[in-house]
Design a binder for this molecule. Structure first.
Ligand code: HEC
Length: 242
């Protein structure tokens, strides 16, 4: 019996080690970790503000309601209405854009995708990289290392400044990006701002995550208490047998 338990434990430990490595060395190996913390309320609030100010003009988040934002992010309805809602909308409205998709397709060549679920599709690290990888290419237009020839302009360029590409070893390859014109924020401040924004995008892709994490703690506590009870019960049953 004991040997079997040991064997099971060893197998479990091996699985855990292997899966950890697989994740660490995954296909996205070159992405820098975003370091977001969706339990950090202040960060989510700053991110939400960035989102409505800089992204919502083009992108939809039409599966998300302002009301939910106020409940989850511990903001009063007044705070949401005063700081985040510019158009003539009510607190119960979905976060949609005023721009007609046909117009945006004409202006940008592509309709800006709905961002409600983008963090689940792309992952937080990709988004963090994407928003820090815009640069001005030889044509003078915006380009992006993670989404080459992106139809999206660098909407945060005033904050970050303008990056240009330093050629890599191979013909036509980008080695790395260089900050040619500084922006309003220092590079580490810009990174922190993007981190807030990505944390918000991650939260928005799964608002239940905030609650689920809290519930998780209670479930573990319950299981621990239950295990103890079960053990005491077993001891009680077996007392007479021994
Ligand atoms: C001026 C309009 C505009 C604004 C403002 C804008 N975007 Fe975009 N965005 C686009 C367009 C157009 C695309 C499609 C790019 C493509 O596929 O080439 C896009 C694509 C994206 C994508 C890639 C989606 C995918 O999976 O391919 C992400 C992520 C994104 N935007 C995030 C943001 C964030 C975050 C903000 C706010 C900081 C923002 N965008 C602001 C126009 C905009």
């Amino acid at each position: 019996m004991k040997a079997m338990i040991y064997k099971t434990l060893i197998i479990l430990a091996a699985c855990w080690a292997v899966s950890g490595q697989a994740i660490a060395a995954g296909a996205e190996g070159e992405l820098e970790p975003s370091g977001i913390n969706v339990s950090d309320m202040a960060s989510l609030q700053r991110g939400a503000k960035m989102f409505v100010n800089y992204c919502l003009s083009c992108h939809n988040a039409e599966y998300m309601r302002y009301k939910r934002l106020s409940e989850d992010l511990e903001l009063s309805e007044e705070q949401v209405m005063d700081n985040m809602v510019f158009a003539d909308v009510k607190i119960g409205n979905l976060m949609t854009v005023a721009m007609d998709p046909a117009d945006s397709a004409r202006w940008f060549g592509k309709t800006p995708p709905n961002l409600t679920l983008v963090a689940r599709a792309r992952g937080a690290d990709w988004l963090y990289g994407f928003l820090r990888s815009f640069y001005q290419d030889e044509s003078g237009g915006w380009n992006n290392l993670l989404l080459p020839n992106a139809a999206m302009p660098h909407v945060l360029w005033q904050l970050q400044g303008i990056q240009t590409a330093v050629p890599g070893e191979h013909e036509g390859e980008v080695g790395h990006l260089e900050l040619a014109t500084p922006g309003l924020l220092a590079p580490d401040e810009y990174d922190a701002t993007v981190r807030d924004l990505v944390a918000y995008l991650d939260y928005m892709s799964e608002p239940a995550k905030l609650k689920r994490k809290n519930i998780g703690v209670w479930v573990i506590l319950f299981l621990a208490a239950f295990t103890l009870l079960a053990y005491l019960l077993k001891a009680e049953y077996w007392r007479d047998v021994h």
